[in-house]
Design a protein around this ligand. Structure first.
Ligand code: HAM
Length: 441
């Protein structure tokens, strides 16, 4: 199913993992390593999921926004942060013909904030609530659930640091997963704000601890002590993980204000029955985060089990040259959500009634009936290839339609169709003009 969910017998997922490299004597091209094609029928589930997300976000007032797929490289260097792995190791950066350095976006937040500042949206009513969706690009090592082009759906709420904003953002994410029918765990933490009295003070305590335990850390994690000590919590190296079990926790070191803010967020989440797990080791991978941070985790995905993550980024606008503008948001990984949902969330092709028509006159009548049902918002379809009765019935079954509307010479003469329930097998004759009413009741 995993292979299939990325379409095709040639195994686009295998292609995504890089096993689709072209043999020398083979003339066909393959999608680049870490990318894949989204093909029907699995593409139905994907578009339904994106629609569900945008509808859910709209219900809470998040307006759609679109920003370019590439930005000036500095937007990400300054926004996402120069010490994050996304910026140091994973960006697709290129120089255009005019010598400008541009980067395919590795995430949406920095571009959205750039856009908000550029257009002065922050001078309007706040908080400004925005939703977006689209492909992101990171040159990571491909594996199940980790691709070089992947799709995120994302919301951002800018301009208020009221704990209610944090709670709303998290709750909107939880509502989406509930509607999608995917069970997730919500891990949540506060990583404080950037001040000596808060995160910077904690960093010193952490660095001291890491130095004292340096020999026990995995060699690749030792360099992080100086560059980004918090990230040692994210290490997958068993040696480092063991050391971090005993590390001082940020939750014991954040300032009173941040502590009160976090506790208000948690109270609000409880008030709307959102369950969460406090995870004091959750630090997130991007440099812009402050205060509330969270992740949605799904089962059955192995190590790439984060189906979404987000947090507050109260200093991001200023790092992009804007004035003070607080913000919080999240991004959900569409590809991972679909993997986690397997078949359960996949709607089949949305067909309600499939016409089976025999003979030219009946086919023309079916063509007209299908058009008028579609006008009425009913998913109707028909055989476009003038196949025989057997072939058309097979197609009707394969289409996933609830009904077959059979139109032979007899029916045509009477202005009727035989409506067959494809699941139960029962059939009835009704007037063509009554089809719309019959199919909507
Ligand atoms: P992120 O944790 O880097 O956060 O990514 C969010 C989600 O995107 C992940 O939880 C995962 O589901 C998906 N994802 C990330 N990388 C890959 C990949 N290589 N292949 C497949 N899926 C992937 C952000 O991007 C932040 N901009 C979220 C945010 C919005 N924070 C505040 N506002």
């Amino acid at each position: 199913m995993v292979g299939e969910s990325f379409g095709g017998s040639r195994g686009s997922l295998l292609g995504a993992l890089g096993w689709g490299a072209m043999a020398e004597n083979e003339r066909s091209f393959r999608a680049p390593r870490g990318t894949f094609d989204v093909l029907p029928p699995q593409s139905w589930a994907r578009s339904a999921l994106v629609r569900l997300a945008m509808d859910t976000f709209a219900l809470s007032g998040y307006a759609p926004i679109e920003t370019p797929i590439f930005e000036h490289t500095e937007v990400f260097e300054r926004g996402v942060g120069a010490t994050s792995e996304v910026v140091t190791k994973q960006m697709y950066t290129f120089t255009d013909r005019a010598g400008r350095s541009l980067t395919l976006r590795p995430e949406l937040t920095a571009g959205v904030v750039r856009s908000v500042l550029e257009h002065g949206l922050d001078r309007g009513p706040l908080p400004l609530k925005l939703a977006c969706v689209g492909p992101q690009f990171r040159q990571e090592r491909p594996q199940k659930g980790r691709y070089r082009q992947f799709t995120q759906i994302d919301i951002e709420s800018l301009g208020s640091d009221d704990p209610m904003v944090d709670a709303e953002v998290v709750e909107v994410g939880v509502r989406f997963f509930r509607k999608a029918g995917l069970e997730v765990r919500l891990l949540i933490n506060s990583i404080g704000h950037v001040a000596e009295s808060c995160r910077l003070g904690y960093n010193k305590v952490l660095v001291e601890f890491l130095r004292a335990n340096e020999a026990a850390l995995a060699p690749e994690d030792r360099a992080r002590i100086e560059t980004n000590p918090l990230r040692t919590f994210d290490s997958k190296e068993a040696r480092t993980v063991a050391v971090m079990e005993g590390a001082p926790l940020i939750s014991d070191h954040i300032c009173e204000d941040c502590r009160a803010h976090f506790s208000a967020v948690l109270d609000l989440l409880k008030s709307v029955n959102v369950s969460f797990e406090l995870e004091p080791r959750l630090v997130r991978g991007l440099d812009y985060y402050t205060r509330t941070t969270f992740e949605f985790i799904a089962g059955g995905l192995g190590s790439q089990n984060a189906v979404g993550g987000g947090g507050r980024y109260d200093g991001l606008a200023e790092s992009l040259g804007g004035g003070p503008l607080t913000g919080i948001g999240f991004a959900l990984g569409v590809d991972r959500i679909l993997l986690a949902m397997g078949d359960s969330g996949a709607p089949s092709r949305p067909v309600s009634v499939y016409f089976v028509a025999l003979g030219d006159a009946a086919r023309r009548e079916a063509f007209k009936a299908v058009a008028s049902l579609r006008d009425a918002g009913i998913e109707a379809d028909l055989d476009l290839g003038a196949r025989g009765m057997k072939g058309q019935m097979k197609d009707a079954d394969r289409s996933g339609a609830r009904w077959a509307a059979i139109l032979g010479e007899d029916e045509l003469a009477a202005g009727e169709v035989t409506l067959k329930d494809l699941a139960g097998g029962e059939q009835e004759r009704i007037r063509i003009d009554d089809l719309e009413r019959r199919l909507t009741t």
